[in-house]
Design a protein around this ligand. Structure first.
Ligand code: 3PG
Ligand code: MG
Length: 401
């Protein structure tokens, strides 16, 4: 169902609370943003609201502070950066609800922009707590969701708040859904899913759904370690969480659905994490119990390349190893270069995968780089995103709009 967007309603002079996904990577030591693409992606919505003389109240999470104040995860640095690229003053508050915030909002004129403090400093955000959602809703007259990357989360600022304010879609959400829907409704086959990354328990159910769409699934990163372990391989210290039952089921289901599921055949292992670690490349049968997998090996890259070269649509979510450490990034980078050279529709699913592609200067060689990681993965599997679902449908225009 199509959603009402902020262009469909009158916003001038009104207090508009916009949920954005400013969860950007930070160099915490230096206190700088290392990739600002999620901030830039929200600019069309913010600029539109400024032009329309709305009072813009932005709200985001940053990292996973687990419901308490973490100084390094304050949004001041994001506010400063936004102000620079917007060429417009941005007021940043020290909390996201309460009387100080209300006072700051009362001072806003049409066209002003204010950024609330990290919403995840309050545990009630992730609990989707009703009174917290109401406290947020009291700050504004209208709610806009433009946080595509966080729309798979049933949190207070994404879902709860939509009960208490007229809730519409922002321009980034509209664009992401339009592009992903367009590509994924009728993908050209062979369709290859390439999945890595560390958040195994977070992603594994989405992978079950993806089995209904793809012809082949290539698995690297932490995800591969979990699946190898489910197949009874020794993976050393690679797997922290135990989701082995679901991992095993994924392997069985791929088989029964006729989806080829390729796991690494060789891996780079390290005796510890860090730049000074000892490295070796070994077959997956040869991983010692006190080492860990940090990247895919050359034979695996070759095998993945063969699949990718024959594909017509590729969706990639999650790095192939511990790519943050340059010595462990070779597999991820080789895959990125491969995708950039394919004659296929290539979709990059957000977060760290987008970061890699952008950092390597390959973003414009891909068909589409989404700002959502988990969100695009779920969307691709055919799941509805709770944060999108909760927005007003076109045609339904209740009071307050
Ligand atoms: C992301 O980076 O995936 C989104 O901002 C959502 O963050 P989360 O995975 O911590 O919920
Ligand atoms: Mg995430």
């Amino acid at each position: 169902m199509e959603k009402i967007t902020l262009r469909d309603i009158e916003v001038g002079g009104r207090k508009v609370l916009v949920r954005v996904d400013f969860n950007v990577p930070l160099d915490e030591e230096a206190g700088v943003i290392t990739d600002d693409s999620r901030i830039r992606a929200a600019l069309p919505t913010i600029k539109y609201l400024i032009e329309q003389r709305a009072k813009v109240i932005l709200c985001s999470h940053l990292g996973r502070p687990k419901g308490r104040v973490v100084e390094k995860l304050r949004l001041a640095v994001v506010g400063q950066h936004l102000s620079q690229i917007l060429g417009h003053q941005v007021v940043v508050t020290r909390d996201c609800i309460g009387s100080e915030v209300e006072k700051a909002i009362e001072k806003l004129e049409g066209g002003d922009v204010l950024l609330l403090e990290n919403i995840r400093f309050h545990p009630e955000e992730e609990e989707n707590d009703a009174s917290f959602a109401q406290a947020l809703a009291r700050l504004a007259d209208l709610y806009v969701n433009d946080a595509f990357g966080a729309s798979h989360r049933t949190h207070a600022s994404i879902v709860g708040i939509t009960k208490y304010l007229p809730a519409v879609a922002g321009l980034l959400i509209k664009k992401e859904l339009g592009v992903l829907e367009g590509i994924l409704t009728n993908p050209v086959h062979p369709f290859v899913g390439l999945v890595g990354g560390a958040k195994v328990s977070d992603k594994i159910s989405a992978l079950e759904n993806i089995l209904n769409k793809v012809d082949c699934l290539l698995i690297g990163g932490g995800m591969a370690a979990a699946l190898l372990k489910a197949k009874s391989y020794e993976v050393g210290l690679s797997v922290k969480e135990d989701k082995l039952d679901v991992a095993g089921k994924l392997i069985e289901d791929a088989d029964s659905k006729g989806v080829r599921l390729l796991l690494p055949v060789d891996v780079v292992i390290a005796d510890r994490l860090g730049a000074e670690a000892k490295l070796e490349t070994v077959a997956i049968e040869k991983i010692p119990p006190d080492w860990r997998i940090v990247d895919i090996g050359p034979l695996t890259i070759k095998g993945f390349a063969a699949e990718l070269e024959g594909s017509k649509t590729v969706f990639w979510n999650g790095p192939m190893g511990v790519y943050e450490i340059p010595r462990f990034a070779q597999g991820t980078q080789a895959i990125a270069r491969l995708l950039a050279g394919l004659d296929a529709t290539t979709i990059i699913g957000g977060g760290s995968t987008a970061e890699v592609v952008i950092e390597m200067g390959l973003a414009d060689k891909m068909t589409f780089v989404s700002t959502g990681g988990g969100a695009s993965l779920r969307f691709l599997g055919g799941e509805t995103l709770p944060g999108v679902e909760a927005l007003l449908d076109k045609g339904a225009k209740p009071g307050g709009i």
